[in-house]
Design a protein around this ligand. Sequence first.
Ligand SMILES: *[C@@H]1O[C@H](CO)[C@@H](O)[C@H](O)[C@H]1NC(C)=O
Ligand SMILES: *[C@@H]1O[C@H](CO)[C@@H](O)[C@H](O)[C@H]1NC(C)=O
Ligand SMILES: *[C@@H]1O[C@H](CO)[C@@H](O)[C@H](O)[C@H]1NC(C)=O
Length: 247
Amino acid sequence: MISYILLFCILISSSTIESKVLPKYISKCSIANADEFSKCVLKNSKKIVPLILNGDKNLKIPNLNPLFIEILQLDSGSSLNLTLLNQTIRGMPTVNIKSVTYNKDSRQLQFGYEFDNLRLDGQYAINGKILILPVVGNGKGFIDFQKPKLVYTCNLDIIENKKGVEVIRIANASLKADFDKVVFYMENLFNGNKALGDEMNKFLNDNWKEVITEFQELVKSPMTTVFSNILGAFLNDLTYDAAFDGV
Ligand SMILES: *[C@@H]1O[C@H](CO)[C@@H](O)[C@H](O)[C@H]1NC(C)=O
Ligand SMILES: *[C@@H]1O[C@H](CO)[C@@H](O)[C@H](O)[C@H]1NC(C)=O
Ligand SMILES: *[C@@H]1O[C@H](CO)[C@@H](O)[C@H](O)[C@H]1NC(C)=O
């Protein structure tokens, strides 16, 4: 009797818990040829973007149009503390996926993207020094990253899942970012002293290139998370064979 129940359980579990596969609207790409692979993934990516912009509950992808982030914290040593709260990030629909490369030996996957702009709007609290100037304040503000060019890199690690099957896991994600220009605005700086606040905002914008080296984590960190989540939604927990042809 017990073995009968066991068998029954095994039959049920093996028929309901199927291994993960790619969604039907994605065509499986072959990694045998680097150029073909790149073309194939680019084609898939362009198909996927409009499908996931408004989020996908099944794939656990949040709404990206706009993306909402409760808190973003910048720790640049002890010289500047900047916290951004309740941020909406607009501009995701302007994405243009420019390049895809995959090195099958190191299993490193790289995407090049461009956006028209990515703009963060919300509340800020700042205290410390930017470059050499002391700054303090809290209120509403925005940062507008214009023509961001992002290069996202990650590894497709192979891990063993609970059932002892080797599956893909996105790991070591990193992002390089480059911008044509960045526009800042912080309302209510220096306890609402308008003259000082205007001066600081002008200084930030006049020196955006230097300032942005401190501030780029504010866009890099959420974008890295977003790309990893999206890529992970499709690739994580797939066997290598299920993800790619020509393995
Ligand atoms: C952020 O949003 C939450 C929920 O809408 C709200 O309760 C909170 O006061 C907001 N925080 C700021 C600093 O605006
Ligand atoms: C920034 O925050 C840390 C930890 O909360 C604190 O130790 C440091 O003094 C703060 N720096 C400034 C400039 O406010
Ligand atoms: C990637 O991360 C793994 C841990 O997940 C680590 O063992 C490995 O050294 C990392 N590889 C690179 C190239 O950073």
